[in-house]
Ligand binder design. Structure first.
Ligand SMILES: [Zn+2]
Length: 371
């Protein structure tokens, strides 16, 4: 499984098919729905048939579709792949396949740029995160990427045996000694967590520890980890990797929803207070064209037909003549997808929000702007 990074998605979003369009294909290859390899091939054939009318006759696109078919028919590792994303532009020698451990919606798009919306959504929803579980003598540290476990480290610090063996100890000394050992273990756990972070890097950390330990562990964490700490959970240390993964994903998705809610509430305040925010499709597209966007917020699943000017890159809902340069524009299936691509290519932050009613009320799209 090749990890996909935000950087790669931005590079893809910045690609322009100057002499021929780009073919983007997402294929749902989830074993739960497409049981046999044959089912996957049929899913692709169905997709190509459904899109055929809209595929133009460009020889580069014909070659793209053949390449995609060859790749899918040739087989790929399905044990961990639930979604395939393929980007091809034969005329420019672009060919990129991304195997995802999460499902995608089958989609075939021919456009002047790669259709990275779904990929961005996957990256946004499944940020790389760490989980540190600690009890009095053990610690386990995990890193998850796209919902999959990519790193697991365990620590075991034997507790001192009965201190009353040594009669020279006073009770106070024994207690101090035990406390020092306990603290040394927590410090060890915090050090291991930092080592994993330096090695693996992640955006967020979830801490699993009993209440009486959690505050102390927190105080021992390296500042880089403390600033990434977003939630606590209670997963027992003896839980299986799969139990830990499922609980951690649940906690992580709550954290993600909360982060989205905060971004939407910042947007609401900015829009309501006449500040640095725009809401609704038309003002948001305009802000993007004017390169004023800092963060783009989009409700998951929102699509809207529109137009793109290929000479000055203007996008909007109304065609056909470009309001800026008067060129004839091209019609695009989904101007929201175009907006996400532009935002990524402009290095804006993109927040795709799931089930956020407040953003829906604002028009399902909006942006925090720089000026
Ligand atoms: Zn124009």
């Amino acid at each position: 499984m090749v990890a996909i990074t935000e950087q790669q998605v931005r590079e893809l979003a910045g690609f322009r098919g100057e002499v021929a369009p780009v073919t983007s294909c997402y294929l749902d290859v989830d074993g739960a729905r497409q049981v046999r390899h044959h089912d996957v091939v049929r899913e692709l054939e169905r997709l190509i048939r459904a899109t055929r009318g809209r595929l133009n006759g460009d020889p580069s696109v014909v070659a793209d579709v053949r390449r995609i078919e060859d790749h899918v028919k040739g087989g790929f590792d399905r044990s961990r792949t639930r979604g395939l994303a393929m980007f091809s532009c034969s005329a420019h020698d672009l060919w990129q396949v991304i195997e995802l451990p999460v499902p995608v919606r089958s989609q075939l798009v021919v456009n002047h740029t790669p259709s990275v919306g779904q990929l961005e959504q996957v990256i946004d929803q499944f940020e790389r995160f760490g989980v540190l579980l600690v009890d009095r003598q053990r610690a386990r540290m995990f890193v998850f990427e796209l919902g999959e476990l990519v790193e697991s480290t365990a620590v075991f610090d034997q507790l001192p045996r009965g201190d009353d063996d040594d009669h020279s100890y006073t009770k106070d000394q024994a207690r101090d000694h035990a406390a020092a050992r306990a603290r040394a273990h927590l410090r060890h756990a915090a050090d291991v967590a930092f080592g994993v972070f330096q090695d693996q890097s992640f955006e967020r950390l979830i801490l699993g520890a009993a209440d009486d330990l959690a505050a102390e562990v927190e105080s021992l964490l390296h500042p880089y980890l403390r600033e990434r700490l977003v939630a606590r959970c209670t997963i027992p240390l003896h839980a299986s990797d799969e139990e830990i993964r499922l609980t951690a994903l649940q906690v992580e998705s709550e954290v993600e929803r909360e982060k989205e809610a905060q971004a939407v509430s910042r947007l609401r305040e900015a829009v309501g207070g006449g500040g640095l925010g725009v809401a609704g499709i038309d003002p948001t597209l305009l802000a993007l064209v004017e390169r004023r966007v800092e963060t783009l917020l989009v409700s998951s699943g929102y699509t809207e037909a529109g137009w793109r000017c290929e000479s000055c890159r203007w996008i909007g809902r109304r065609g056909r003549s470009c309001p800026v340069c008067q060129s004839d524009m091209v019609q695009v299936d989904d101007v929201v997808e175009e907006a996400i691509e532009d935002a990524l290519a402009q290095s804006c932050k993109v927040e795709i929000c799931i089930g956020n009613a407040d953003l829906d009320v604002l028009g399902r799209i909006g942006a925090l702007v720089r000026y």
